[in-house]
Design a protein around this ligand. Sequence first.
Ligand code: SIN
Ligand code: FE
Length: 306
Amino acid sequence: MIKTLEYKVFMTDGSGEAPPSAISKPEVACAALERGGIIFFPESPFKFSDRDRDFLLSQKQKDADYQKNIAYRPAEDRVSGFEANSAADVERLRSIMANFHGQVQRFLQVFLSPYARSWKADFASYRPIEEQGRPMRLRARNDLLHVDSFATRPIYGDRILRTFINLNPENVRVWNTSDNFEVLSEKFKNDVRRPKSLNTVPKKPSPFHSVIKALGLKSSGGSPYDSWMLDFHNFLKENSEFQQYCRKDRWEFPSNSSWIVFTDMVSHSVLSGQYAMEQTYIVSKNDLVCPEKAPINILRRLYELD
Ligand code: SIN
Ligand code: FE
């Protein structure tokens, strides 16, 4: 049973912390997230033993620029991107991340129950590298404001929901957020290309797709929605005027706090912090409480597309 239901909602439209809701129904939490809120738990509902924490805090990561994070794939129950001293360490990290995945899954199944109908558990990630001053290719930099696009396979308008925990025993993890997708897509309407269509029926992948995949490159996989979102993600990161002058809110997530956010709606950047763990869910567009706030429907209205 879930005990830690004490949470706050940080709105990212400049209105700050939302007044606490008297109702703790899952639909209320879902609506807060879909409207661009960050649900913040001062004390994380996800628990790690002291031994597991010590192990996590002693880990490094290989090829930091190339592979952004250590990943755990729930469907295959395995980790990748981890520089281990021994097979035993790999197994240890696998079991810690599998445990985290299980805790998040059980918690969200109740807390955000409408989404559990048909969501897909995507990767969990472990982020042991200090984010401040981290050398990265521009489009991979997470200290630049962006909305997430899903690079590994097309999601056709489904949503990217991320659940974080700051495992750092001493330091906060610092984020900036700016205007949400609804505001930014309208603001930059004339600076970006119009989506060709937002048809969500999967197209047959082109012959190049498998080559692109085999090379490990990012690809939209033939979905107009996904390729538009990837372009918009890149456009925001490359827009230095926006990065410098846009409205910003700063959020500090303390040690052992957790937060949940639709990162395709909330523009965000991480300014500093080391040792976070995160689990991604792909939430079906059919299970949303406020479907009009889904980026795909925002784009449909904005560009008058079916
Ligand atoms: C991101 O999703 O852009 C980075 C978030 C984080 O690592 O805190
Ligand atoms: Fe991001």
